[in-house]
Design a binder for this molecule. Sequence first.
Ligand code: NAP
Length: 465
Amino acid sequence: MSLIGTAAQPLRVAIIGAGPAGFYAAERLFKETELVIEVDMFDRLPTPFGLVRNGVAPDHQKIKSVTAAFDRIANNPRFRFFGNVELGRDLSLDDFKANYHQILFSTGAQTDRPLGIPGDELIGSHPATEFVAWYNGHPDFRDCQFDLTQERVAVIGVGNVAIDVARILCRTQEELMKTDIADYALEALSKSQVKEVYILGRRGPAQAAFTAPEAKELGEMADCDTLVPPAEAELDPLSLASMASADRADVRKVEIIQELSHRQPTGKAKRLTLRFLVSPTELIGDEAGHVKQMKLVHNELYATDAGSLRSRSTDRTETLDVGLVFRSIGYRGVPLPGVPFNDSWGVIPNDAGRVIDMQTKEPVCGLYTAGWIKRGPTGVIGTNKPDAAETVESMLEDARNGDLLAPVHATSESAAAFVLERQPELVTYADWKQLDAMELNKGKEQGRPRVKFTRIEDMLAALRE
Ligand code: NAP
């Protein structure tokens, strides 16, 4: 039996990454009644909440209200937040090991999957993840440039992120004013010339990755007609057969797509067209290296031996005039210094959240993972709750067995002093609450839910004042 986890010697856990998975892990750790546990949560940004702040679309404020639950978790006296502290920049993995019994990585998936077609690198071709981070005011992406003087835009992929990107491009100024979109993005989008947006799915309506409520919302925008070419909304025989065993939500999604395919343009200022069974094969640039066209091939579906439906190209092709392209084919995790990483999958190799050494295939003592960096970029915010709970079960089992790191700085005071020495401008949860209040106040003045700080220097300067 381990002596760690008592009031005299609490189990000291570092959670790296303050998104939903990190908070749900903290919540589950605090529910443990037999062990006394202290959690220090780190984030490289001064602000917590990960993709809830920087990924969830600004016109989905209701989803963002999950932060009230994260606030309650942060109110636990055994919780501390160390924002503006980065693994690799301010502290090494060895530093964390010198301060904590257990370290949990919940850093999400910070980059995008490449598409790998000729012309991908042309000016005007961007990962959707960058556009999302830009309109949400992520400090690393606030200075990105997107050419919104273009009238025609393609979004590749039919997941919820593609839907978010298309919706933000098609919303009116009045609709965006009601959101906490970054103020520079609001300004840029108010001058946008975008009139025609295409969302391109390589498979059919039954295989679209977006969810039914998101599809429905596409048809409810103030000044944008949303259409689907009738021929592409029809289900092929394989998809039709698959609907027999589809769940209610998928049936509803297909119904919504087919309803959109019966619509005619009503003369709204923008038009959004959802397309299916097409794949981009090449982006073509003008003399200045700016994307001007996209070559598409039409696809058909076939069943694999395992029974899933995949796309393959036919000999039908077409060319689409577009001056701006967003590839939205999934996020991807990035390796953390010193932490095992499965490069093919873009995740930290793990067994029920225990980090696994790639060579020995054995668990690495004291290291754990949760969220997208553990399982890949799938599911909604709530999916991280059971995911984090699984990891915490492993952590508690190891703690009870005494399979822990042996930190030299064994108290919360010494750890805090250590971190402060490395990063004197660390941001605490109380600091964040001040920033939060300032953002909300500024929002109130402008009749918006919040006006975000988008520069780290501005956040730190505001706190110093
Ligand atoms: P996703 O749901 O995995 O969708 C990726 C899309 O890219 C799929 O349509 C996929 O098609 C397509 N794709 C992949 N490779 C492609 C290729 N080479 N060519 C053409 N298309 C390709 O990923 P996501 O949209 O990035 O979303 C990530 C997660 O966040 C998802 O779980 C999503 O539901 C969630 N999310 C939820 C919300 C919300 O609840 N409102 C909002 C945003 C994100 P195939 O299916 O054919 O592979």
